[in-house]
Design a protein around this ligand. Sequence first.
Ligand code: NDP
Length: 283
Amino acid sequence: MSVTVIGLGPMGHAMAAAYLDKGYDVTVWNRTARKAGDLVARGARLAPSVEAALRANELVVLSLTGYDAVYAVLEQAPEALAGRTVVNLTSDTPDQARTAAEWVAGHGGTQITGGVQTPPPGIGAPGTSTYYSGPAGAVETHRAALEALTGIDYLGEDPGLAALYYQIGIDMFWTGLVGYLHGQTVARAYGVSARQFREHAVKSMDFRYFVELYAPRIDAGDHSGDMENLGMAAASLEHVVRTAEAAGVDVAIPRAMLDTFRRGIAAGHGRDSLTRLADVLRG
Ligand code: NDP
């Protein structure tokens, strides 16, 4: 029931707050110390240095912008990593996660890599989860402390796996979210408010049917265009581009998709399903 949280951006702050809510003894450190103010008022201890933060607890949760920041922080006191478990919830590439796990191990510590699948309000709330990978024993030892933040989606021993799954998911998330914002921009340009379109957007963005239908077909290389095809999709996307353009909305994003569809058509796949893009995008 005792933990150190390093990094108090919106995520790390929510994590420290969740631990306080659950009665943990919490030590925090952040480059910008004032972000700890309200947590200290609630009983957290603000460590005066990275070294003191690391030495305060066996379990250390890291939540920073990227792994450059991880090294900028941990290199201030690498010797204090010995015997500690670092739950690294910082986003970066799978290779960076593997390299950092080796680096931490080289200093006598253990890294559990994590990829959090919820925004800050989901921390400490039911029904959320985080990808974890790294030593199964360390995850088991700290199960209760990890579950104080979110559920555990354990992927295996490879420290890069949690980062990989996180990046795949966030690739889909950013693309979908920007599509949503582009659509709302078109709506507003035509005098339809974002709120007016909200319920329609929820339906338009429900891809579950395609997510499930396409997965086995992608794996099987089955691109039969029995329901939709790239030729139809390109024509449809041209209508989207023209509708947006007519209202003066930036069309760089739908044009990038249209170019991708056209590459597939130029390669002779105009009558194939959109699943063919899984080949086209690999180059
Ligand atoms: P932020 O980018 O806001 O986190 C910033 C934290 O990193 C702050 O504590 C900041 O310190 C610190 N930091 C950045 N650079 C350095 C540096 N060079 N040296 C020391 N400290 C540094 O991100 P979030 O809190 O939103 O997220 C944390 C991680 O969680 C990120 O990897 C993010 O991708 C991931 N994530 C975020 C989600 C979200 O909804 N926010 C959802 C899921 C994952 P300072 O305060 O001094 O600037």
